[in-house]
Design a protein around this ligand. Structure first.
Ligand code: FAD
Length: 381
């Protein structure tokens, strides 16, 4: 018997008809969790195939606990790379500022994935659990006939608009490039290359590749979205003062996409009248803590459990929102703070880097201890 059959033992989901809109990480996790709890699940994805734009994804132990409870542990092991450390780097000198050893983290491991691999693991889990996957199906929550409609359509969610009205996002003054380069010998370490006003994150993904995300502060507005092509030369120009090692990585980039980073408020209303939202649809998160997908996975699990434990969907949705909002707000605040901390300049940079170095030497486990609220969280309990 897989864990989820013990975890979803409330029984209220049995026979319920659940419609999930969106086949991203949040929607697929929700579809799988509801199916494992005995519901009849239909998932609509507008794209003709389940694919993910973008390359890498860090799934931290908090997200992995939910996925493992859904029976995906060995599939995750097969395609994920277990992370050994997170290393903040000085992008200018090319030297590590410190290293956060991940080996002391509680199981399951912190892993790096290629997004397409993780989507396939979730999709296969859904197929095996009997989810009706409807691809090439763009739908609207108001037209769906189900006991519960779950809007998991990401940042442009129409279900969010139906529940909350339109709320304009604002440009954060940061743009990001993403790319992958060949790196068959890359060690399993996430590196954050910090420089004044900009930073790069690199980590390995399957197939001997290195995922590269580079962020720069700038005033010009860039359109929100993931798929704007840019010249690799613009990326190299933005990091022209970087150390040889980072320059070597950026020098390999051939194809690059650029997008503007926007802040959206956390939605006020997450569910009513048998319709709810999760993941980026409810709380888009800047990528500076690597938690957007992890939070979407947690949301999906908590939503399923709240519904399973109540015959009253309205009460279940209220409970779900109350349980999730404080945690999501905390993670979003921490991600926003990282954006500032990575980009420090002048004396503030020297002080912060010295503090990190000292902390790494005298209290090597202190940093990971400070992240326990995030990575130690067990949504399955
Ligand atoms: C550069 C970058 C790096 C990141 N790194 C990490 C990381 O390391 N770890 C992490 O946890 N998070 C990370 N994130 C965040 C993470 O990618 C997102 O938070 C996560 O993908 C959100 O998942 P979702 O399922 O809510 O939405 P999405 O992934 O956006 O999925 C929404 C889906 O809904 C579909 N859809 C939309 N409208 C409709 C409709 N009307 N009908 C049918 N289908 C529809 C879309 O086609 C899409 O497939 C990162 C983000 C960025 C930008």
């Amino acid at each position: 018997m897989i864990n989820s059959e013990k975890i979803f033992s409330g029984g209220s989901n049995r026979g319920r008809r659940i419609c999930v809109i969106g086949g991203g990480i949040g929607g697929l996790t929700a579809a799988l969790a509801f199916a494992r709890s005995g519901a009849e699940v239909e998932l609509h994805e507008q794209a003709p195939a389940l694919t993910e734009v973008g390359a890498g994804l860090q799934i931290t132990p908090n997200g992995a606990r939910a996925l493992e409870a859904l029976g995906l542990g060995s599939a995750l092991d097969a395609v994920g790379i277990v992370a050994h450390a997170v290393e903040p780097m000085d992008a200018v000198t090319g030297r590590p500022v410190t290293q956060f050893d991940l080996s002391g983290l509680e199981q399951p491991p912190y892993r790096f994935f290629h997004r397409a691999d993780l989507i396939e693991v979730l999709a296969e889990g859904c197929r095996q659990a009997g989810v009706n996957l409807r691809l090439g199906s763009k739908v609207n929550a108001t037209d769906m006939d189900a006991d519960l409609v779950v809007g998991a359509e990401g940042i442009h969610s129409q279900t969010r608009v139906a529940l909350n009205g339109t709320q304009e996002p604002f440009f954060t003054g940061q743009v990001a490039w993403r790319a992958v380069v060949d790196a068959p010998d890359a060690d399993p370490v996430a590196r954050i290359w910090m420089a004044p006003g900009r930073h790069v994150v690199t980590y390995p993904v399957s197939g001997g590749r290195l995922n590269v995300v580079a962020v720069q502060e700038r005033q010009q507005w860039a359109a929100e979205g993931w798929a704007h092509r840019d010249e690799a030369g613009n990326l190299r120009q933005a990091f022209r003062g970087a150390s040889g090692r980072l320059k070597g990585i950026l020098g390999q980039v051939e194809e690059v996409h650029l997008w503007g980073l926007f802040r959206h408020p956390v939605a006020e209303n997450w569910g009513r009248n048998g319709v709810c939202i999760l993941g980026d649809a409810a709380h888009p998160t800047l990528p500076f803590l690597a938690q957007g997908a992890n939070l979407a996975i947690e949301d999906a699990f908590v939503l399923t459990r709240c519904c399973d434990q109540s015959s009253d969907i309205t009460a279940a949705l209220r409970n779900y929102e109350e349980l999730r909002k404080p945690r999501v707000n905390r993670a979003i605040d921490a991600a926003n703070a990282n954006a500032r901390n990575y980009h420090l300049s002048g004396i503030a940079r020297t002080v912060a880097h010295t503090g990190l170095k000292v902390m790494g030497k005298i209290m090597p486990n202190a940093f990971m201890g400070r992240m326990d609220w995030l990575y130690g969280y067990d949504v399955t309990k």
